[in-house]
Design a protein around this ligand. Structure first.
Ligand SMILES: *Cc1c(COP(=O)(O)O)cnc(C)c1O
Length: 412
């Protein structure tokens, strides 16, 4: 793609390119796949770039709320035009400082992982003279969908175990400074296919309805989670869900007859679906070498630029393409980064045509879990440039920078 070649020449590599038109399309597609009444939280951790965050609020149609988990993400979403009231604050380790900041900035909706978490939120809310609406996060004993990233049904730092939650009801209802507003589920990421996604949502909705009866609290909001899929660092298109809307509505009609009137309101969450396809990583080839019969392409960015989550075994291998078509795929090669660790691998046995130092490779579907999910500081290279485009128009060029600050005068 000539556009990418020009951008790589002008701004160097490694560089991310995010296309806001593609973000808008994904946002509109996902809203269209959900019943009109369903709200959508954008998980800021997928890509907290300011212009991407702003795009979640843009357009003429429905706009996203924000799901965040730190003071840094709170600042980012507020600066991008979200209001404190648009925010859902999640995470297993919310500190008093973070809670104070969030409540002071107008955040009133929290996902709660345990009784201790609820009490800490309550204490902070009481001190500030406000009430925090709390969604009890549920670690469901069972699931339905096929996925590589499941987080429920096993011991976990996330959520209340569904089987013991009802017994806690009297204590949960009684925490000053808090009100139980409903439930929060996030059982999986990246569901295998639409049938899996629908099965999981049906299961979640049935569980939520059963828990409402057992807890004896009328819910105002049920966040049924996500699992919306997108290719990550490999070629392909994100799915467009055609049956989800009707199936969700039918399951909600069955279990929460008042949902269309907002009793309870229903919400979903998504990160990767909304942003993965908007991004391309341009990465330069520094060196090519052979060792004991294996070919290595040494790139100017590795797990400090992308795939810092590879240590979790989540994402490899990437697929890459040279930026110009250049004949047949040749000898398979290992794609490695510049870091002084054998763990700096972006892909193994990747078949590419003849590649020479100075070439630029592109990694597709790299708009989620990019720079901020990488080992940015390891070995001290600059963060990649992040170029934002809207179609053919270049909107902004930026780069994350780390600065060490000293507290002068502090004796050791
Ligand atoms: C990470 C996360 C998401 C986003 O997950 P995707 O797979 O990127 O859609 C949504 N909700 C919660 C609670 C999360 O932790």
């Amino acid at each position: 793609m000539t556009g990418h070649t020009e951008l790589a020449k002008r701004f160097g590599t490694p560089s991310y390119v995010y296309d806001l038109d593609r973000v808008a399309k994904a946002r509109d597609d996902l809203f269209a796949a959900l019943p009109d009444e369903v709200e959508l939280f954008y998980a800021a951790k997928a890509n907290p770039h300011p212009e991407i965050l702003r795009e979640m609020r843009a357009g003429d149609g429905r706009v996203c709320r924000a799901e965040i988990s730190s003071t840094g993400e709170l600042t980012a979403v507020l600066q991008a035009g979200f209001d404190g009231a648009d925010v859902l604050y999640t995470g297993p380790g919310k500190t008093e400082e973070e809670l104070t900041e969030a409540l002071t900035q107008g955040v009133r909706l929290f996902s709660v992982e345990s009784l201790g978490d609820l009490r800490r939120i309550g204490e902070t809310a009481v001190r500030l003279g406000v009430t925090a609406d709390c969604l009890l996060r549920v670690n469901n004993a069972t699931g339905a969908a096929v996925t590589s990233i499941r987080m429920t049904g096993v011991p976990s730092q996330f959520g209340f175990d569904s089987e013991t939650l009802p017994a806690l009801a009297p204590e949960l209802r009684d925490v000053p400074g808090t009100a139980i507003a409903g439930l929060h589920f996030f059982p999986l990421s990246n569901a295998k296919d639409e049938a899996s996604l629908i099965a999981e949502f049906r299961h979640t909705i049935a569980t939520a309805a059963a828990l409402q009866k057992q807890l004896g609290v009328p819910f105002r909001l049920v966040d049924i989670g996500g699992g919306f899929a997108a290719p990550y660092a490999v070629r392909g298109e994100r799915p467009v869900y055609t049956d989800l809307r009707d199936n969700l509505a039918a399951a909600l009609d069955e279990h929460f007859p008042g949902w269309r009137e907002g009793a309870p309101r229903i919400a979903c969450e998504s990160g990767r679906y909304l942003v993965s396809g908007s991004g391309t990583l341009l990465i330069g080839v520094v060196n090519v070498k052979e060792s004991r019969g294996r070919r290595f392409l040494i790139l100017d960015g590795g797990i400090n630029t992308f795939g810092g989550m590879s240590g979790l075994g989540r994402i490899m291998p990437v697929s890459v393409e040279p930026d110009e078509a250049r004949g047949e795929a040749g000898v398979p090669a290992s794609l490695v980064g510049p870091l002084c660790t054998p763990g700096d691998v972006l892909g193994r046995d990747v078949a590419l045509p003849d590649i020479a130092p100075g070439d630029v490779l592109t990694i597709p579907n790299a708009g989620s879990y990019g720079p901020t999910a990488s080992l940015l500081m390891f070995l001290g290279r600059p963060a990649p440039a992040e170029l934002v485009v809207r179609g053919e128009e270049l909107v902004s060029v930026s780069r994350i920078q780390h600065i060490r600050t000293y507290e002068h005068g502090q004796a050791l």
